[in-house]
Design a protein around this ligand. Structure first.
Ligand SMILES: *Cc1c(COP(=O)(O)O)cnc(C)c1O
Length: 222
């Protein structure tokens, strides 16, 4: 199977309103260009240094999404060019994004990462934490960090009922935030959930953005 044919297969399963993020972490520029040449423009990376190097050497109409765990001290390296930061998992990180984006006068779109999985290894705000944080003044005063939705990862499991219930939870949190904290603002519109093994389930539960790596590019060599 080639990267182009993998993408063609995946496109058959993705409705028009769902954005595909091609997760290219640990894959070469050549691999990325194979996806680019069949029309893909949105790529996801999880390491700051790797994403910056790829940004430098690849076409400038690529939209780079940062999907990994972002350390506050590295925000400044990506804010000049990153299209969307998926994994905002603390108030501290959000404040740093606000600060760095303000410095260069650039709006920075980001997603709140919500902890929905059973495993405690995955980062993110708890549901209670996020609903409470919104009463926080710091949140209300953001001018450059623009929160446009939520992101989450389900438990790594074959138990489809469990995975479905976690996606359901993320969708419900999204709806609650949209009405209670974002006054139904249209710009709060993204539900980033679903990876190679579970994206069809995620779409069925209301995902608007899927992050797919290995089903496109094959296994990663870490
Ligand atoms: C690596 C990664 C993906 C892609 O995973 P695949 O199983 O290879 O599709 C999606 N989301 C996040 C946050 C990741 O780190």
């Amino acid at each position: 199977m080639s990267i182009a044919s993998n993408i063609a297969e995946i496109r058959k399963n993705i409705p028009k309103h769902v954005q595909l993020v091609c997760v290219s972490k640990f894959h070469s520029n050549d691999d990325i260009m194979q996806a680019y040449n069949v029309g893909e423009r949105v790529f996801g990376e999880s390491k700051v240094q790797e994403m910056c190097a790829k940004y430098e050497s690849l076409p400038k109409d690529i939209k780079w999404h940062f999907i990994g765990h972002l350390q506050s001290n590295k925000v400044k390296y990506i804010v000049p060019f990153v299209d969307l930061i998926h994994g905002v998992d603390s108030i501290k990180l959000l404040a740093e994004i606000e600060k760095q984006a303000a410095k260069i006068g650039r709006k920075q779109q980001c997603l709140l990462q919500i902890h929905i999985a059973k495993e405690d290894t995955k980062f993110g705000f708890s549901v209670d934490e996020i609903l409470n944080s919104f009463k926080d003044e710091g949140f209300q005063k953001l001018q450059y960090a623009e929160i446009v939705g939520v992101m989450g990862m389900a438990t790594f499991s074959n138990d489809t009922d469990l995975v479905r219930s976690e996606f359901d939870l993320l969708k419900a949190v999204f709806e609650q935030l949209k009405t209670e904290c974002f006054a139904n603002n249209e710009r709060f519109h993204i539900v980033s959930m679903g990876m190679s093994d579970d994206y069809q389930l995620a779409i069925a539960q209301g995902s608007t953005m899927v992050r797919i790596g290995s089903s496109i590019f094959g296994v990663r060599n870490y």
